[in-house]
Design a protein around this ligand. Structure first.
Ligand code: HEC
Length: 125
């Protein structure tokens, strides 16, 4: 009983130290973002989050891949505007740097739509 309290106390102390270290490192930087950052996107379900984490994020979470990134509404807007059928066709058949089925061979069409809506932050019509 008392042992676990000690362990969690130690963890909290360690995290506070880390936070303090971060804070002192940033004191030199005066830059403050002009607008508050958009809230992080939320996946429709844990299963959709898992698909993103295990496959799509390898490119859609790495700017160097050239793929439109998670939560980058501007990059996604023209793609979403193509409509659900066109986008789904591009996912299933592949499209330029986008591999067929986004390398998720066990994913269903509804999964692709849900993950895309999560990444785009917009509904596919
Ligand atoms: C190996 C890298 C890679 C993986 C893995 C990947 N993508 Fe992509 N994806 C891309 C790239 C690169 C593009 C941009 C293609 C272009 O427009 O040139 C793209 C574009 C897209 C588009 C937009 C297509 C359009 O019509 O403009 C959708 C939707 C998409 N990906 C969904 C997914 C989903 C869902 C997954 C996971 C199941 C996934 N991708 C996994 C690289 C990847």
């Amino acid at each position: 009983m008392s042992r676990s309290i000690l362990i969690s106390g130690g963890f909290i102390a360690a995290s506070m130290l880390l936070l303090a270290a971060c804070g002192s490192g940033q004191e030199g930087k005066a830059a403050t973002p002009a607008a508050a950052p958009a809230p992080p996107p939320v996946a429709a379900s844990p299963a959709i989050q898992k698909i993103y984490d295990s496959t799509c994020s390898n490119c859609h979470g790495k700017p160097a891949s050239g793929a439109p990134q998670l939560g980058d509404a501007k990059a996604w807007a023209p793609r979403v505007a193509q409509g659900r059928e066109v986008v789904l066709g591009h996912i299933i058949n592949g499209y330029q740097g986008m591999p067929p089925m986004g390398l998720c061979m066990q994913c269903a069409e509804d999964d692709f739509i849900a993950v895309t809506e999560y990444m785009a932050g917009a509904k596919l019509q």
